[in-house]
Design a protein around this ligand. Structure first.
Ligand SMILES: Cc1cc2nc3c(=O)[nH]c(=O)nc-3n(C[C@H](O)[C@H](O)[C@H](O)COP(=O)(O)OP(=O)(O)OC[C@H]3O[C@@H](n4cnc5c(N)ncnc54)[C@H](O)[C@@H]3O)c2cc1C
Length: 479
C-alpha cells in the first residue's frame, strides 16, 4: 500500500475541496481523489460557473434589447458560439486551476483516478498512472451526482443533458427543454437569448416544483409570452432520433401533436453517485435512491466515514455541499461541530430571478394548516419583536395584503407585545407553541436581481434578527 492518510476525500467538488482544505488547515494529512482531469466537480466544470457565465451573456443581450423601447437600438447581436464557448471555458479553467494551486499550497495531496472502496479503510484508485491503493484513518465521500436520463432515451448528439447544453455546440433553431426545474429554465433562458425558439415541457402542473406558486407566476407569465410553448402537466412519451430532427411525442390533457426539434435538453433531475464507489466493500449504507445518508455530524453508518454534498442528500446545491464539507472536516479533526443550517437559500437565475430561503409559504401553510384567501405570512420564530411585526403588518396592509398571519415565538410575547399586535392589522397570530414544530424564518423574493436581498435575508436569519423588513422590497408578492 502506497500511503496512509489521516483523511481521504473522494471528489473535488465544492463539498470535497472545501473539506480537504479545511482538514489540512487543521493539521491533518489529507488526500483528495478526483476522477476528472480538472478539479472543482460539477459546480465549477459543468454546473454553476459555466451556466452563470452564459446567463451573464444572456442578460447583456436582454438588457441591450430592452433599451430599444427607450431610444437606444443596438441591432441584432452577432453570436459566435465558438468564441462564446471559449470565453466560458476560460472562466471555468481559471477557477479550476486556481483550486489545484490552493490545495497544493495547503499541502493537500492531489490524487487522480476513479476511487472504489476495497474495505472500510482502503480505496483502490484507477487513474492515469495505473492502479494504486490508498489507506486512510477517516474518509469523506463527496462524490456528487449525475444527470438522470429518460427511460428509452436514444443515444444521439442532438439529445443533451445540462453538460451537453453548456458545451454550446451551435445554436439550434428549435429546442425542447424537458423539465421545468431550475436547471432547465436557466438553460432555456440562455438559448432563448442566443436566438433559439424554446419550448418547455414539465410533468407536474407548474414550473419550478417546490417553489411557491405566486413566486413563479411573474417568471411564467414572462416566458409564456416569449417562448414557443410551455407545456405543464405534460409527459414526454417518446423520443425518436430522425434524420431531420428529434421527434417528440407527448401525453396529457393539453398534449400537442408530436413535434420535431433540432435539439432536446433533458433536465429531469440528478441522481446521487452513492452506488458508483463500491460502498458495499466497506459496509457503507447507500439508500434506495443512491444517497449515502449521514447525521448532523455528517457521519454515515460507519463512524469514520462521512458523506457530504449531493451524494448525502437534497437540496443539491453548491453552498450546502461546501458548508457540510467544512463541518465534516472539523468533526474529523476532533472538533465539536454539527451541521445546523437554519436556512439554505435557493436561487433560480432566470429572468426575473426567483429565490427563497427558509420555509416557503407552501411549507409553512402545510405546518400551520389551511389558509384561505390571499395572505402574507410573517415567519420569524426567535427574535421578532411585537413592534416590528406590527409595523411590517401595517406596511403590508397598505400594499394591499388581504390577510396577515404572524408567526412568532411565544416567549417573546410580553403583555405589552400582545397589546401592540392586537392594535395592529395582523389578522391572526400563530406562535411556534401552537404549531408544536420549530418554524424557521422564511423569505421569498422575486425581482430582477435577488442576490443582494437574499444575502441580507440569510445574514439576518443567521444573526437571529428580523427578516420582515425584506418584505418591503418584494414587489409583486403582496399586491
Ligand atoms: C447546470 C447546473 C447548474 C447549477 N447551478 C447551481 C447554482 O447556481 N447554485 C448552486 O448552489 N448549485 C448549482 N448546481 C448544483 C451544484 O453544482 C451541486 O450541488 C454541487 O456541485 C455539488 O457539489 P458536490 O461537491 O457534492 O459534488 P460535485 O460537484 O458533483 O463533485 C463531485 C466530484 O466527485 C468526483 N467523483 C465522483 N465519484 C468519484 C470517484 N469514484 N472517484 C473519484 N472522484 C469521483 C466527480 O468527478 C466530481 O468532480 C448546478 C448544477 C448544474 C448541473
Amino acid at each position: 500500500m502506497a500511503d496512509i492518510f489521516d483523511l481521504t476525500v473522494i471528489g473535488s467538488g465544492p463539498g470535497g475541496y472545501v473539506a480537504a482544505i479545511r482538514a489540512a488547515q487543521l493539521g491533518m494529512k489529507v488526500a483528495v481523489v478526483e476522477k476528472w482531469p480538472t478539479f472543482g466537480g460539477t459546480c465549477l466544470n459543468i454546473g454553476c460557473i459555466p451556466s452563470k457565465a452564459l446567463l451573464h451573456a444572456a442578460k447583456v443581450i436582454e438588457e441591450a434589447e430592452s433599451m430599444a423601447g427607450h431610444g437606444i437600438v443596438f441591432g441584432r447581436p452577432q453570436i459566435d458560439p465558438d468564441r462564446l464557448r471559449g470565453w466560458k471555458n476560460r472562466v471555468v479553467s481559471r477557477l479550476t486551476s486556481g483550486l489545484v494551486a490552493l490545495a497544493k499550497q495547503r499541502k493537500v495531496e492531489v490524487l487522480r483516478g476513479d476511487a472504489r472502496f476495497l474495505s472500510p479503510h482502503r480505496i483502490e484508485l484507477r487513474g492515469p498512472s495505473g492502479v494504486t491503493i490508498v489507506g486512510f484513518e477517516q474518509c469523506i465521500v463527496a462524490a456528487g451526482s449525475e444527470p438522470i436520463r429518460l427511460p428509452g432515451q436514444p443515444d444521439d448528439p442532438r439529445i443533451v443533458d445540462s453538460t451537453g447544453a453548456l458545451e454550446l455546440q451551435g445554436i439550434p433553431a428549435r429546442m425542447l427543454v424537458i423539465g421545468g426545474g431550475i436547471i432547465g429554465l436557466e438553460m432555456a433562458c440562455v438559448y432563448e437569448a442566443l436566438g433559439t425558439r424554446i419550448s418547455v415541457v414539465e410533468l407536474s402542473p407548474g414550473l419550478m416544483p417546490g417553489c411557491d406558486r405566486d413566486l413563479v407566476r411573474p417568471l411564467e407569465k414572462r416566458i409564456r409570452a416569449k417562448y414557443e410553448a410551455i407545456l405543464t402537466g405534460t409527459k414526454v412519451a417518446r423520443l425518436e432520433a430522425l434524420p431531420d430532427g428529434i421527434r417528440v411525442s407527448f401525453e396529457g390533457d393539453a398534449a400537442p401533436e408530436p413535434q420535431l426539434y433540432d435539439r432536446v435538453l433533458v433536465a429531469v433531475g440528478r441522481r446521487p453517485n452513492g452506488r458508483a464507489i463500491g460502498a458495499d466493500a466497506a459496509g457503507l449504507r447507500v439508500d434506495e435512491r443512491g444517497f449515502i445518508p449521514s447525521d448532523r455530524q455528517l457521519r454515515t453508518n460507519l463512524p469514520h466515514v462521512y458523506s457530504i454534498g449531493d451524494v448525502a442528500g437534497s437540496p443539491m446545491l453548491a453552498h450546502k455541499a461546501s458548508h457540510e464539507g467544512k463541518v465534516a472536516a472539523e468533526v474529523a479533526a476532533g472538533e465539536k461541530r454539527a451541521f445546523d443550517a437554519r436556512a439554505i437559500p435557493s436561487v433560480a437565475y432566470t429572468d426575473p430571478e426567483v429565490a427563497w430561503v427558509g420555509l416557503t409559504e407552501t411549507e409553512a401553510t402545510a405546518i400551520i394548516g389551511d389558509i384561505a384567501g390571499r395572505n402574507v405570512l410573517l415567519v420569524d420564530d426567535l427574535t421578532e419583536t411585537a413592534g416590528t411585526l406590527a409595523s411590517a403588518a401595517t406596511l403590508l396592509k397598505a400594499k394591499g395584503a388581504e390577510k396577515i398571519l404572524a408567526c412568532v415565538s411565544h416567549a417573546l410575547l410580553t403583555d405589552l407585545g400582545v397589546e401592540r399586535i392586537k392594535n395592529s392589522p395582523i389578522d391572526e397570530l400563530i406562535t411556534t407553541d401552537t404549531i408544536r414544530r420549530p418554524v424557521y424564518p422564511g423569505v421569498n423574493i422575486t425581482t430582477l436581481s435577488v442576490a443582494t436581498l437574499l444575502g441580507e435575508a440569510v445574514k439576518r436569519i443567521h444573526h437571529n434578527s428580523s427578516v420582515t423588513s425584506l418584505f418591503e422590497f418584494k414587489g409583486g408578492r403582496t399586491s
